[in-house]
Ligand binder design. Structure first.
Ligand code: PA5
Length: 448
């Protein structure tokens, strides 16, 4: 009853021997994550994070979630990148797809909405219009406390909320998650008297889903954060440095992707067969893209939702340039049961599927696709979880985090920095004539 890795569909591309040859290196990288002996060692707080979360911390998060759940029918999670994607990945994966469309009396949980992850004026206008007659609250998340996208969204939403319910009630419905002492959001939250949670210094944004950054919105959405954390703890324990390489699944995955990369497979496509996993892939893309894409190296992490994208990207994957491999997330058993009914006239020709569960059809699509893609020259590896629930999503989160750390070290880069994300900000601030950017403003204007 745990996550599994199936590697048999790699056989034509990578032998077991090729993988085993790297076992000592991978073990050394795993060791480095635990003893902090390599670059980026000031950002290793996530390594033993799951097992260090205390009952008291969980209770504080659950209590804050209860306050928001009691006072709000909708909660807006304001944040971008690592301050947003983890929560959305878990909430989407574990919530009913259509609950949020129910009347509020029929809903068990508040509607969770997102802002501050773009600067679209129409998006913000439409969000505020939707919220106008709703009892809403805000979770404002920013580690640095100075990121422009969430800062703009928060200023607008805070104004709207205070105007609607007054400062006193607004204060009850706003929670800030930020650094312990630095940044504009810390000053703002302390001045306004908001409930706050701290993002630990040594946990980077993309590794922060199991801190209050992810856990508070996830708890507000009605998801059991204790089970989620327990799942992560299982994989943390199963991947300590004393674990032999053969049983260390994240280490094996890290080796496979690096060996494929060395053999010209420059793009990894994360595949799912369930729309609820779309944002898990977005989270994964950030984790791997931001960790590994630097110094002019790194696998390009892409993602597809099947079977939807088999009718679009399927053609490219089957017959396009052979520089890709697929990592398929498969789910053993669907949570709900829907069977294909009999039809007397059989006008659609579907009676051959009569009585089958929809998931059986999905599984045959998955198997057929895997065989076709391997035949077409696309190495496939499969990550299997038995069911879609808190425990296995928790396992997947830690599996991918651990694998990413090992993979980055195998690649020879620092997986815990992101110097490249500053370049656009510098230009944007120069163009907006932000105080302090006067020289950059002159320089960029001269180029226009
Ligand atoms: O992973 C990261 O470090 C980034 O994606 C950040 O999470 C993102 O830029 C948001 O930063 P902040 O939380 O400081 O607003």
């Amino acid at each position: 009853d745990t996550i599994q890795l199936q590697i048999k569909d790699l056989s034509g591309f990578l032998s077991e021997e090729d993988i085993l040859k790297q076992s000592a290196q991978a073990a050394a990288c795993n060791q480095a994550l635990h003893n902090g002996s390599r670059e980026g060692n000031d950002f290793l707080g996530w390594v033993d994070l799951p097992s260090s979360i205390t009952d008291q911390v969980l209770r504080e998060i659950e209590d804050a979630a209860t306050v928001l759940r009691t006072h709000c029918d909708a909660v807006v999670v304001v944040g971008i990148g690592g301050s947003y994607l983890g929560a959305r990945a878990v909430i989407d994966a574990l919530s009913s797809s259509f609950d949020w469309l129910q009347e509020k009396e029929d809903r068990k949980n508040p509607v969770i909405l997102y802002a501050g992850n773009n600067i679209s004026e129409d998006y913000l206008y439409e969000l505020m219009r939707y919220l106008n007659d709703k009892r809403f609250g805000i979770i404002n998340i920013s580690k640095s406390g100075t990121t422009t996208e969430p800062a703009i969204a928060f200023r607008l939403l805070k104004d709207q909320l205070e105007e609607k319910v007054g400062k006193e009630e607004a204060r009850k419905r706003i929670v800030a998650i930020t650094d312990a002492s630095k940044g504009a959001l810390r000053t703002l939250a302390d001045t306004e008297g908001y409930k706050t949670f701290v993002i630990p210094d040594n946990v980077g944004g993309r590794y922060s889903v199991l801190t209050p950054v992810g856990l508070l919105p996830i708890a507000v959405a009605g998801i059991d954060i204790r089970k989620l954390v327990a799942g992560a703890v299982e994989i943390e324990k199963a991947t300590v440095p004393s674990t032999s390489f053969d049983y260390n699944l994240p280490a094996i995955y890290a080796v496979i992707r690096n060996e494929l990369y060395k053999r010209g497979k420059k793009i990894e496509i994360l595949v799912n067969y369930h729309p609820k996993l779309h944002f898990l892939a977005e989270w994964w893309k950030q984790l791997y893209g931001e960790s590994e894409g630097k110094e002019n190296v790194g696998i390009f992490p892409a993602a597809v939702d099947f079977t939807t994208d088999l009718h679009s990207m399927g053609q490219w994957i089957q017959e396009g340039e052979r520089t890709i491999f697929e990592t398929v997330i498969t789910i053993g058993e669907a949570n709900e049961k829907v069977q294909i009914p009999h039809d007397d006239k059989d006008l659609d020709g579907l009676n051959y599927l009569e009585g089958k569960r929809v998931d059986e059809v999905n599984k045959m699509a998955e198997l057929g696709t895997r065989i076709a893609h391997v035949d077409g020259g696309v190495p496939n590896l499969t990550i299997e979880i038995p069911k879609l629930n808190e425990k296995y999503i928790g396992q997947l989160i830690y599996f991918f985090e651990k694998a990413c750390g090992i993979s980055g070290y195998l690649l020879g880069i620092n997986p815990f920095d992101q110097p490249g994300v500053e370049a656009y900000k510098k230009n944007m601030f120069a163009l907006l004539e932000k105080p302090g950017f006067e020289e950059a403003t002159k320089a960029i204007k001269a180029r226009l």
